[in-house]
Design a protein around this ligand. Sequence first.
Ligand SMILES: [Zn+2]
Ligand SMILES: [Zn+2]
Length: 303
Amino acid sequence: MLELAILGSGSSGNSALVCLGETRVLVDAGLSAKQLCLRLEALGVDPDSLTGIILTHEHGDHTRGIEVFCRKRPLPVYATTHTCAVVRENVNSAVTWRPFESGSQLSIGNIKVDSFSVPHDAVDPVGFVFRCEQSSIGVLSDVGHVTRMIVERLKGVDTLFTEANYDEVMLQNDTKRPWSTKQRISNRHGHLSNDQTAELVSGIAGPNLTRVVLGHLSSDCNTSELAISVIERKLADSGLNEVAVECADRAKPLPLRAAARASAKIPVPVEEKPAKSSRVCEPSTPEPQTDLPNDWKQTEWAF
Ligand SMILES: [Zn+2]
Ligand SMILES: [Zn+2]
């Protein structure tokens, strides 16, 4: 059975852990290496026992711990080819880059990982579904709007970890941010509001859905109580009252929990797809050029 823990989530840093037996995959590494180690140890996981790191996108709040964390631990880092190209510019550690194409399926240890494109202001952002025979976990972080593909790919997961970044009224009333920043946050390549996340959750919810973990909450324009209430109300409207909804914390980890109910032992067919690319980013390999301005890379809207 897959297990999910959240090491931390918010604009200050994001990292989650997906485990299946001895396979332990860090999803994003946006906390400092010290915090990654401390929080893994708090979860009872030896930082030296990880199988690999997989990245949703290149923004610093998802990647800033890689350089130092991987100095002592030359782990494989999985990311799309474009994301690899951007992140490795800032990483000198002996990382083994494992690029993949968005939309392909990977195997990390004994976990199957489906990736899919999401709209966000990054070079090639993706979401994931982690699968084993008994369970599945959807991970969606930093998404401007919910596409039909996102709903299709996440439909039927047992556990969903998704961002719920802001409350629309709180964002409109916020006096700290200029209008242009508010526009960036709420536009189609920014972040999801509570209402958008609620629509997503009700759209993907099936009888297996056990748990929804909300992340990347704005510290000024959202509260965990508000976010949970919006999603719970939408689930109740759909007759789904058994789904546990909770928020990840910025400052402390959420413990490892099984992805599905113990009784949910119906095998989930794991579809095999050939990887579109097995090319490894070598230092000598010319990387695809993007037309992005230099100062755009590794940024995250200050939110
Ligand atoms: Zn982020
Ligand atoms: Zn981002």
